[in-house]
Design a protein around this ligand. Structure first.
Ligand SMILES: [Zn+2]
Length: 173
């Protein structure tokens, strides 16, 4: 009986040790940055052996819509990018794209105003809106301008939904 007890304790310690080692090992996963080298190869870490030491690789913030862009790499490093990491990168790309959706925008940044969001996005994309007052005036009073802004949204890739969605979110009659 006493021997069985000892064996159980030994097994328990062993299991505990294995679990502890497992959880203390560094996890290979996607961090805040990925790296694109001068051969246009995507790496998940700048420690990767695949990166030439001479030129190095440029860090890319995966949470930045402006930085993470699939057109900046031609291929993916097989040393440091596994399927899971690649999937995570693709998810970040999608998520970044949806940040520019009117339906999912971070409203607090725009005083919870749909129009303010559109105004900021238009200006970020180099569209000449005039002052915020002019912009509001155009939306409220000039049918052609409303159409123009809607078309502009589609052209610069802002997700504003259908024309009906757009009108109702902009509170247009
Ligand atoms: Zn690599």
């Amino acid at each position: 009986m006493k021997k069985t007890y000892k064996i159980i304790i030994c097994i328990a310690i062993l299991v505990y040790g294995i679990v502890w080692i497992y959880f203390s090992l560094p996890k290979k996963g996607l961090g805040k940055y990925v790296y694109v080298d001068d051969q246009r190869i995507l790496h998940s870490t700048n420690e990767c052996k695949g990166i030439t030491r001479i030129h190095g690789a440029s860090p890319v913030n995966v949470y930045s819509k402006d930085e993470l862009n699939a057109s900046t790499w031609n291929s993916v490093c097989s040393e440091c990018v596994n399927d899971k990491i690649y999937r995570q990168v693709m998810e970040c790309l999608q998520e970044n794209a949806s940040k520019d959706s009117l339906l999912n925008a971070d409203w607090s940044k725009y005083g919870n105003e749909n129009r303010k969001w559109l105004y900021v996005k238009m200006n970020e994309n180099g569209v000449n809106t005039g002052s915020y007052e002019d912009f509001n005036n155009s939306l409220d009073n000039i049918a052609e301008d409303r159409d123009w802004y809607y078309q502009k949204c589609l052209r610069i890739g802002l997700n504003v939904g259908s024309r009906e969605n757009f009108d109702s979110l902009m509170k247009l009659k």
